[in-house]
Write a protein that binds this ligand. Structure first.
Ligand SMILES: [Zn+2]
Length: 100
């Protein structure tokens, strides 16, 4: 199956179960980059794995996948697992500034 079809199905399910909100900062997701590759602006969401695949997380299990806005995704950077959770907790606690 083509990857983008899998992604679209995942998005559909996640939209229904989690809503169109960033898992981390709870901001409203405006656009979903289906089939889109390359740089994303802040309005776009990305799919994030709660448990990184490198650490044994399921790639296409929606329980392991959340929507995240591009800002949170960037903030998370290369950090995985506990480290990324710590970073994102810091973001949430400082939320309120910026153009949010
Ligand atoms: Zn976010």
């Amino acid at each position: 199956m083509r990857t983008w079809i899998v992604r679209r199905k995942l998005f559909d399910r996640i939209k229904r179960t989690q809503g169109m909100r960033c898992h981390w900062c709870k901001c409203q997701i405006k656009r979903i980059p289906l089939g889109y590759r390359g740089a994303l602006d802040d309005d776009h969401a990305t799919l994030e794995h709660l448990t990184p695949i490198m650490e044994g997380g399921a790639k296409y299990n929606r329980r392991n996948i959340v929507l995240a806005c591009n800002r949170c995704n960037n903030a998370r950077g290369g950090a995985t697992g506990r480290k990324s959770a710590e970073r994102l907790a810091a973001i949430r606690s400082t939320k309120g500034g910026g153009d949010g």
